[in-house]
Write a protein that binds this ligand. Structure first.
Ligand SMILES: [Zn+2]
Length: 296
């Protein structure tokens, strides 16, 4: 089943709801970074929340980056999503396996609570918009809800969840964000408070086979779907793109890579791919750079 995000409105447009299935996305990220369960859950949750935020972007080139830095053992968790539905990300330490007393993965303890959630929206304008809020519990959902309240003045209910199988793979992942729009009535506020009381973990609902639209209708039967977006794990890096990055190095640095006979190795931290460049390839890059300098 493909990952997707469904966007809906309810209560006469006073409430906006996003529901996402992100199982494939979270599992691809886990595989790319060789994550243990708690790291996989932390990364999958941050990617799910970020993918949902990016589903509102109008232009495929617009981007949202979320960085959680709570000084826990997992280190920095970063997710980036664009308007075309491509999502990538990484976690400082992919080898965290922490379990709470109740048996659930201890994502809050892994991320830590001594730090900030920073969200940057690059909407193709001169200056990107950046909002920062203090991490509340490190459980991700609570932290994004606090971010929406503080940075965007939008009261929100945020649930993000990732279920990891005993074999280490992600069996279900998803997200649900319910937001009150400006000017919402007392009734709309109360309706959302009632929904908050009966919410079930979104990852369990996904695992039971409910699709995002069904999940929205469980809580808002009369919701009107206003948008759908496919999302996927996709980095977009390539041998050619990093060759262009090498070309921006100083000529003397490139010459050094040729002379030592080893060439260069570049690591893409987003998708954990290594690209190797032979001394011959670097000579080609250096020649191209010299030719461009000559004619510019
Ligand atoms: Zn990459």
């Amino acid at each position: 089943m493909k990952d997707e995000i469904v966007i809906a409105q309810a209560l006469g447009g006073q409430v906006r709801i996003h529901a996402a299935r992100t199982t494939a996305l979270a599992d691809e990220a886990r595989k790319a970074h060789h994550c243990l369960a708690t790291s996989a859950a932390a990364l999958g949750r941050v990617m799910s929340a970020t993918a949902i935020m990016a589903s509102d972007l109008k232009n495929p080139n617009e981007k949202i980056v979320s960085i959680m830095n709570g000084h826990g053992p997992a280190g920095t968790v970063l997710a980036q999503a664009d308007g075309a539905g491509n999502v990538r990300g990484f976690i400082g330490d992919p080898n965290v396996y922490l379990v709470r007393e109740d048996g659930h993965l201890a994502v809050g303890a892994a991320i830590g609570t001594n730090g900030t959630l920073t969200v940057t929206k690059d909407l193709g304008l001169k200056e990107p918009f950046t909002g920062v809020s203090a991490i509340q519990t490190g459980e991700v959902g609570d932290d994004f809800a606090y971010y929406f309240a503080i940075s965007e003045q939008t009261p929100s209910i945020v649930g993000v969840g990732v279920l990891v199988d005993p074999d280490g793979s992600v069996s279900a992942a998803g997200g649900l964000i319910i937001q009150l729009l400006p000017g919402a009535s007392e009734e709309a506020i109360e309706a959302c408070e009632e929904v908050a009381k009966v919410l079930r973990p979104v990852s369990s609902l996904i695992e039971e086979g409910h699709d995002p639209e069904e999940i929205i209708r469980m809580y808002f039967p009369d919701a009107e779907v206003i948008g759908r977006k496919d999302v996927r794990w996709h980095c977009g890096c390539s041998h050619e793109k990093f060759a262009d990055a090498l070309k921006t190095l100083k000529e003397s640095d490139l010459q050094e890579m040729i002379d030592d006979g080893k060439g260069a190795e570049i690591h893409c931290q987003y998708c954990n791919t290594y690209y190797h460049y032979t001394p011959e390839e670097i000579e080609g890059i250096l020649e191209k750079k010299r030719a461009e300098n000559r004619y510019s």
